[in-house]
Design a protein around this ligand. Sequence first.
Ligand code: FAD
Length: 434
Amino acid sequence: MRLVVIGGQAAGLSAAARARRIDRGLEILVLEKSQRISFGACGLPYYLEHRVRSLEELSVYTPEYFRRERDIAVRTGVEVAAVAHARRQVALADGEATHYDRLVVATGARVDRAGIEGVERPHVFTLHTPEDATRLRTQLDERPRRAAVIGAGYIGLETAEALRNGGVSAVTIFEATPYVLGRQDAELTRRLSEHLERHGIELRTSSRVTTIEPDRVADVPCELVVLATGVRPNVELAAEAGVELGRTGAIRASDRMETNLNGVYAAGDCAETQHLVSGRAVYLPLGTTANKMGRVAGANAAGARERFEGVTGTTILRVCGLGVAMTGLSEAQARKEGFDPVEVWIDAQDRPRYFGARPTAIHLVADRRSGRLLGGTVMGEEGVAGRINVIATALASQIRLEQFQQLDLAYSPPFAPVWDPLLVAAQQLAKLLN
Ligand code: FAD
């Protein structure tokens, strides 16, 4: 039995490693087009601001490690040009062909440049690959004064902060929709916008950029532009082989991560998944999800029967000292999904005043009809990950607000007030719900 994996990052390597654990005798080959594997792109914004000194720090494993420790062959600098599923063969760009019994497609995603003129100009950058980061960091060394970032997703926000920390004195973020972070939530947008403004970053929502001029974007003069317009799944190779795509444009895979082609699995940023609250297929490309999908794809490709149930869409980032995290649905998204949502935002303290309380904001959404919790947001300097993880866990367990209100959350003055802000928000929401 021979397993071939296309793509040597989060999803592909998780698949290969898990397959090896399930089947000691399986022959496993990973094909990666770039020169690096196991690269943590999530660290790139911190490389820009020199917190991460070299790109080598962001690569966790080497091909040699996989060969020696896992008996997995990894070839870098090898691009798969086509998949001939009837013959169970992948054709490489250099003309070589190689056989597979099982195939995992983990080809990831690329920056979406569609619809913008001038993206090829020399002062336009992206932040997706190590090469992108090197180019951008070199440019930052030239000390540009004004920069524009296009897109207020998490990469756009993290990059804007990295530019400020890298010495750019004025940064403007252009966002086509009225919202930040792909979350239809006006209050989140307002709070984040005010925070950014306090740190010298201007956020312009409902501002679709169609053209990048040599010296400006819209009326904002700038020497540097970063495109952070989101990503598109790399699906062409799979689609040409007959793999079905879903409504989102990413590869459709079952909860076993198997595609419509027998023995062909897909995982990571090239594939869609289920949203556990809406029950819909969604495209939410994140490293944490790519690892889990890859693990399940690899297990099943090696003969096990494992499932990946889906995600609640948990996202977290830190921007200019503020932690921002969200999971599940916003009120507007919940309404679109047919729920009857009620929401609350509260401003609280993250611990007792005598222990150095800091402000924290909590947002919760619940369904009036079922009482089920549907989503939440946490903003604060500390404790943000812990609190959003409680909400994410509650969403995955489909608990009702009544139960959420009584969760046995930790209390001791260094960590939290006696009534955790999550419970205070839940109590407020319960009043509205009744
Ligand atoms: P990729 O990492 O895109 O890997 C796919 C690989 O397939 C690539 O190496 C590519 O070269 C290879 N490939 C494609 N086509 C072929 C072919 N034909 N032949 C051979 N090889 C091929 N996620 C989080 O969860 N949290 C974060 O904080 C976070 N921060 C991020 C910050 C930045 C700046 C970026 C860019 C991403 C961040 N992510 C984060 C997202 C995360 O990095 C991705 O979700 C993750 O890398 C996806 O892994 P993947 O294996 O599916 O795809």
